[in-house]
Design a protein around this ligand. Structure first.
Ligand code: 5GP
Length: 187
């Protein structure tokens, strides 16, 4: 069976991962697409759960083998991508897929899957808010935070290209809105 795709995109620190995790608990038949990625694993992450962590070389071999439905070098030497095998794995179980990815990857997937995909942009209240969230994570270096904020300015300008925009002013509001649009789409 071909299920549907729910894509959550946003600048880093906008809260999309929290919203995706909430939906996974609330919406039946949704399963998270685990991306492959070449950045180092953070201390709170698990191999095969948050990402399939692989080396830059392994990642490049998979690109050559055409194993990805989309991939990107999101930051220098930090490759991220969705494996075709991951989509097949989830659809085979009769589940719908939820994605957490940057805006370029999100729009790329939307273009490929068109009406079968719902692309949602999570809008942070401000850039300042993003900076605060990234600092609170305590997993990013100051260089990484600056890089992510620089990218965020560009990413905010793509919001209008998504099917829906959810403002993450309070998590409570964002959760309600996200549940509503996702349930409607999956009906
Ligand atoms: P992080 O390093 O914070 O986990 O992720 C960095 C960025 O890469 C985030 O915006 C995240 O959503 C995005 N990302 C994660 N997986 C994928 C993927 O498979 N493809 C693309 N294009 N971006 C991804």
């Amino acid at each position: 069976m071909q299920g549907k795709l729910i894509i959550f995109s946003a600048p880093s620190g906008a809260g999309k991962t929290t919203i995706v995790q909430h939906l996974l608990k609330k919406v039946p038949l949704l399963e998270f697409s685990v991306s492959a990625c070449s950045r180092p694993m953070r201390k709170d992450e698990t191999q095969g759960v948050d990402y399939y962590f692989i080396s830059v070389d392994e990642f490049k071999i998979k690109i050559t083998n055409n194993d990805f439905v989309e991939w990107e070098e999101v930051y220098k030497d930090n490759f991220y991508g969705t494996l075709k095998s991951e989509i097949e794995r989830i659809w085979k179980k009769g589940h719908h897929i939820i994605f957490d990815m940057d805006v370029v990857g999100g729009l790329n997937l939307k273009k490929q899957f068109d009406k079968n995909a719902l692309a949602i942009f999570v809008m942070p209240p401000s850039i300042q808010h993003l900076e605060n969230r990234l600092k609170m994570r305590e997993t990013e270096t100051s260089e990484s935070i600056a890089r992510r904020l620089g990218k965020a300015e560009v990413e905010l300008q793509t919001a209008e290209q998504f099917d829906k925009i959810i403002l993450n002013d309070t998590l409570e509001h964002a959760f309600i809105e996200a549940e509503k649009v996702v349930n409607e789409f999956l009906l």
